[in-house]
Design a protein around this ligand. Structure first.
Ligand code: GDP
Ligand code: IMO
Ligand code: MG
Length: 423
């Protein structure tokens, strides 16, 4: 049996979906444990580009069980649409299981996400407006509605009415927005319940049995370490714990069951939304990386901010997640530049710093100290490590050395096949 976890080491969109799809081949079960439809995981297979937000990225392998764990906030409307889309692309999602303990995203969460962002004005967080923050707030505040409630009409109806009494007041009186009609919402969610009920189960009991039966389980991280509510660049973070530790609370797995933790990174850095980004290139280099890497958000279509790879961040991620391996993507993209910079440490007020400060004002003052490398041209056709150009090998071995973690997989393109496994 192997229990493996895949997490993002930067600000998301590192290409986690692609590696989940690859690792799912020798897994029995693939589990999402945090986040919601704010995630956008791209998998390119047989020339079809699948964009998944809630369904685990193992779904493209027939027969694999795909689980949405209790730590996920589920937007039923988006989930049902996604299942339909998969079907249209010839993918059967009947092996999907949804935890009865997962919280659901309600229309008032999405409205509040939008209104709160508007209210923040120039200080907006740049959220995906998918209702994620408000849904996790309600979970912590104990007014959240769970999947198990959705399936019990009378309980669901009462919870919606109780919540709307307060939410409508906040939406209308505080933000000047338009409140919701309880009857319409109840009817709409009743139809969602009818569609989704066949997928709902006690996922934790299912996973306990799977562990006892020595199944191979793969946990799919969404978001990333620097978007983590506790360890990211707070408040410019998401509202969950996407780090490896999130598996324990988001799927009900004890830490001693985890065997391997893969940290996915890009050979550069990207970020969507606001917040500090020490190696950001707000110049032609950043524009070039964005165009070469097609860096536009999977969920919102926003152009991603781009910059050099920051090894202070990766070392921090290695520690926070207990990484046992690195999986690096877009080595093809960055190699197309003539000169490449890699941030080794930071400098503040003449002092060298190699840690991530809690205070984001301080992080914004950190000046990257760079090492320089030469590019290596097109490598998208290469499938074996030994065939990589020397310049690429030099860059990769320096990353490995600075991270203190071995690189096990190298991405040279977006498809499953464009991956080099390092033996
Ligand atoms: P995720 O959220 O971590 O799953 O990543 P996204 O799917 O949001 O963004 C990653 C993007 O990079 C997608 O468009 C992928 O198709 C693409 N991609 C992944 N790996 C590689 C790679 O090695 N090279 C190139 N050129 N593109 C890649
Ligand atoms: P994947 O799984 C990149 C960012 C948003 C915003 C912040 C808070 O595809 O890597 P939220 O809607 O979560 O309240 O927004 O977090 N964000 C992501 N950025 N990839 C993601 O997921 C993200 N999920 C959230 O852009 O800055
Ligand atoms: Mg993404």
């Amino acid at each position: 049996m192997a229990v493996r976890v895949v997490v993002g080491t930067q600000w998301g969109d590192e290409g986690k979906g692609k590696y989940i799809d690859i690792l799912a081949k020798d897994s029995d079960i693939v589990v999402r444990f945090s986040g919601g439809s704010n995630a956008g995981h791209t998998i390119v297979h047989n020339n079809i580009c699948h964009k998944l937000h809630l369904v685990p990225s193992g779904i493209l392998h027939p027969g694999k069980i795909c689980i949405i764990g209790n730590g996920v906030v589920v937007d039923p409307e988006i989930l049902i649409e996604e299942i339909k889309n998969l079907k249209r692309n010839g993918v059967n999602a009947e092996n999907l299981l949804i935890s009865d303990r997962a919280h659901i995203v309600m229309p008032y969460h999405k409205a509040l996400d939008e209104l709160q962002e508007k209210f923040r004005g120039t200080k907006s967080l740049g959220t995906t407006k998918r209702g994620i923050g408000p849904a996790y707030s309600d979970k912590a505040e104990r007014s959240g509605i769970r999947i198990c409630d959705l399936l019990k009409h009378d309980i669901f109806e009462k919870k919606v009415r109780d919540n709307l009494a307060v939410k409508n007041m906040i939406i209308e009186k505080v933000y000047g927005g338009k409140g919701f009609n309880a009857e319409e919402m109840i009817a709409q969610y009743r139809s969602y319940a009818d569609t989704l009920k066949k997928y709902v189960t006690d996922v934790n009991a299912y996973l306990f049995r799977a562990i006892e039966q020595n199944k191979n389980i793969l946990f799919e991280g969404a978001q990333a370490t620097f978007l983590d509510l506790d360890f990211g660049t707070y408040p410019y973070v998401t509202s969950s714990n996407p780090i490896a530790g999130g598996v324990c609370t988001g799927a009900g797995i004890g830490p001693t069951y985890i065997d391997e933790v893969y940290g996915v990174l890009k050979a550069y850095t990207s970020r969507v939304g606001s917040g500090p980004f020490p190696t950001e290139q707000k110049n032609e280099t950043g524009d070039m990386i964005r165009e070469l890497g097609h860096e536009y958000g999977t969920t919102t279509g926003r152009p991603r901010r781009c910059g050099w790879l920051d090894m202070v961040m990766i070392r921090y991620s290695a520690m926070i997640n207990g990484l046992t391996a690195l999986a690096i993507n877009h080595v093809d993209t960055i190699g197309k530049l003539e000169r490449i910079k890699l941030c080794k440490t930071y400098e503040i007020g003449g002092k060298e710093v190699s840690r991530i400060p809690a205070d984001i004002e301080e992080l914004a003052l950190c000046k990257p100290v760079y090492e320089e490398f030469e590019g290596w041209g097109d490598i998208s056709h290469i499938r074996q490590y030994k065939d990589l150009p020397d310049n690429a090998k030099v860059y990769l071995s320096r990353i490995q050395e600075l991270a203190g973690v071995e690189i096990k997989m190298i991405g040279v393109g977006s498809s499953r096949e464009q991956t080099i496994t390092v033996r």
